[in-house]
Write a protein that binds this ligand. Structure first.
Ligand code: CA
Length: 362
């Protein structure tokens, strides 16, 4: 072979190599998935806006070059609000966007991946999930159901909620009809609260008509959007019950296992981005809404009295102890969460704690 023919051969090989690239790309499988949500179409934070379910789907599509397309359905569009767990488990849809504490009836340990009363803040929960073994435990909890999950959003600290009357002592809670879901509802119930479960859209009319005396939803921005300040004036602040509420991306494991490694990385990284971006969105919007509620809407905002918080904490510990005693998986997750929290809280007394208590007020 002379030099010019070897050049031609090399050129031919190079050309064949170049032509092989699109051939490989076209052999790559494209995926078209469905994602349902526990929240209605257009719901701020959950379905609409930076870091929401629709934003997550868009990011995944763009980052994957269109190879993973996800069609997003609000609550009621494809399935009812709280049937995402069963739909993903059955493979009817590949993904659901909600909060894991909706599934505590299926597996109580799911509570820890959303929020535990008197639990970790946004920094702490991310530390536990990403670096403290929380993510692995989340998948372990869902393994018997054939699903995996990851954090994909966070509201930051929620608010204790709206009360028609001032709460001065623990006794003021007795007989109060309150909308509050989940574990916190069980804690209130133990203190004599008549707990009612209402979807977001039904809270305002119930509170206005006096069907309920108190309600919690999310935080200033979302609560104001529901009009809750028009039905109750006492806004008890910093939520003891949801210190940093995690949004969950729930995925069918068989579908997940079919994704190539790069698309798995796209989903994981888009979800981590939405986790941070959604929380940032909440901070700004809640700050604006809180200012308006206090300045312009006559809302009285304050934390719950110390003795009420103390009692809520005692009952929370009792309720968690009962749950741990009943279920080994709950115990495993609880022990991991609490061990992490002990370390995080101790470190916080040198870091974030004094920053808020001393440095900001210096
Ligand atoms: Ca809430």
């Amino acid at each position: 072979m002379n030099s010019s023919s070897s050049r031609r051969a090399a050129l031919k090989a190079g050309l064949a190599g170049a032509l092989a690239v699109p051939a490989v790309a076209s052999a790559q499988q494209n995926f078209s998935w469905k994602m349902t949500s526990a929240y209605g179409k257009g719901s701020p934070f959950y379905m609409d806006g930076p870091g929401s379910a629709t934003d997550l789907a868009k990011r995944i599509e763009v980052m994957s070059g269109g190879r993973l397309k996800i069609q997003v359905f609000g609550a009621g569009e494809l399935i009812p609000a709280l049937e995402g767990f069963d739909a993903v488990r059955a493979g009817t849809v590949e993904m659901n966007h909600a909060n894991s504490y909706f599934w505590t009836g299926k597996t109580f340990a799911a509570q820890y991946f959303t929020a535990v009363p008197f639990g970790l803040n946004f920094q702490g929960i991310n530390g536990w999930l990403y670096d403290g073994g929380g993510q692995q435990l989340w998948n372990e909890v869902y393994a018997p159901f054939g699903m995996v999950a990851m954090p994909c959003g966070n509201t930051g600290v929620q608010m204790t909620g709206w009360f028609k009357k001032e709460i001065k002592t623990v006794a003021d809670l007795r007989g109060l009809k309150m909308r509050i879901p989940g574990l916190a509802g069980r804690v209130y119930a133990a203190l004599g609260v008549d707990v009612r479960l209402l979807p977001g859209g039904e809270i305002f009319p119930a509170l206005e008509r006096g069907v309920i005396d108190a309600a919690e939803f999310v935080g200033p921005f979302q609560d104001r959007k529901l009009g809750l300040h028009k039905a109750a004036k006492y806004y008890y602040t910093t939520g003891w019950h949801e210190s940093a509420t995690v949004s969950e991306l729930l995925i069918n494991k068989a579908a997940w296992d079919k994704l190539p490694a790069d698309l798995k990385a796209v989903v994981e990284n888009a979800s981590a981005a939405c986790n941070v971006i959604s929380e940032g969105w909440c901070q700004r919007n809640n700050a604006d809404a809180m200012e308006d509620l206090i300045k312009n809407q006559g809302v009285i905002a304050r934390p719950l009295p110390d003795d009420v918080l103390k009692r809520l904490r005692e009952v929370t510990n009792q309720v968690l102890a009962e749950a741990v005693a009943k279920d080994p998986m709950t115990k495993k997750v609880h022990d991991s969460y609490m061990a992490y929290k002990r370390k995080f809280d101790a470190w916080s007394t040198y870091s974030e704690g004094p920053y808020h208590e001393k440095i900001l007020t210096a």
